[in-house]
Design a protein around this ligand. Structure first.
Ligand SMILES: NC(=O)c1ccc[n+]([C@@H]2O[C@H](COP(=O)([O-])OP(=O)(O)OC[C@H]3O[C@@H](n4cnc5c(N)ncnc54)[C@H](OP(=O)(O)O)[C@@H]3O)[C@@H](O)[C@H]2O)c1
Length: 259
């Protein structure tokens, strides 16, 4: 098999001597991440669910025995590398990481009370943590016959929202990190996938936005896209983003600025 076809084939649920590879899902205690963890486990894929809430992780584990858990606050970027080294020792079957955890501050830069600490936190959780996690896990992933890094981005990675300049910048950063990493890993057995989300009905979007899809639908499209070996998965209405960017950029900008 040449390197191109090796990089394009699906991995989740793929049979091996010891069963399907384990998938690390960050932010698995709510929303899209919780659905990803549950749907993967229901499909027979072992999951390592990462979250901050012990209670919610325990509740998740109770729903499927294929789910193991790890407590981690991704904002603690200084200790992330050491923690991740331990996870691969504890779960050597790990061969896929889905960088899903994220936060969004809906705020203008000049709003009263919005300061450097909030900016730093959003950048750390949304961008620094997935980059560090991927870097730490890379040598382990490269030792596998096939492995996958999935980064969850947003339509806002391509066109910003008025009240989420920092969030949009972190997602744009994660988008380009995905592209750069994919180029670096060409010819290796590690695939890099970006899943671009539309507006999804989760705690993150509570009380705002219209036309939302469910977290279950979003997760199922991500899993289908990974299994099809797609390098970029445009989830739901996000697939209109590249089309509108080409044909009607000002229409797209108007929609996204208000989203
Ligand atoms: N919902 C949308 O419309 C939408 C659109 C585009 C992209 N996305 C992206 O999709 C991903 C999932 O979003 P969602 O809508 O499912 O959000 P959500 O329902 O708010 O869930 C976010 C998850 O990330 C976890 N998380 C947040 N900060 C963390 C930290 N410091 N350490 C560890 N875990 C942390 C949360 O845990 P806690 O419960 O402990 O906070 C939760 O499990 C995010 O990357 C988001 O940017 C979402």
């Amino acid at each position: 098999m040449n390197s191109k076809s090796r990089n394009n084939r699906g991995t989740l649920g793929a049979g091996s001597h010891s069963g399907p590879p384990r998938v690390l899902v960050t932010g698995a205690t709510a929303g899209i991440g919780e659905e990803l963890a549950l749907q993967l486990a229901q499909a027979g894929v072992p999951v390592l669910a990462l979250g901050r809430s012990v209670q919610r992780l325990q509740a998740l584990k109770a729903r499927n025995p294929l789910i193991d858990t790890v407590v981690c606050d991704l904002a603690d970027v200084a200790s992330l590398t050491n923690q991740a080294v331990q996870w691969v020792k504890d779960f050597p079957d790990l061969a896929c990481v889905i960088n899903n955890a994220g936060v969004q501050d809906n705020v203008r830069m000049d709003e009263d009370g919005y300061g450097p600490a909030q900016v730093r936190l959003e950048v750390d959780i949304n961008l620094v943590a997935p980059v560090l996690l991927t870097q730490t896990l890379l040598s382990h992933l490269k030792s596998k016959p096939q492995a996958t890094v999935v980064n969850i981005t947003s339509g806002l990675a391509f066109v910003p929202k008025r009240t989420a300049a920092v969030y949009s910048a972190t997602k744009a950063g994660l988008h380009l990190f995905s592209e750069g990493l994919r180029v670096q890993l060409q010819g290796s057995a590690v695939r890099v996938i970006e899943a671009v989300m539309p507006i999804v009905d989760t705690a993150m979007t509570q009380g705002r936005g219209t036309g939302k899809i469910s977290a279950a639908q979003a997760a199922s499209e991500v899993i289908a896209g990974i299994n099809k070996g797609r390098p970029v998965i445009w989830v739901g209405k996000a697939r209109a983003v590249p089309v509108l960017q080409r044909l009607a950029p000002s229409v797209l900008a108007g929609i996204m600025q208000r989203s």
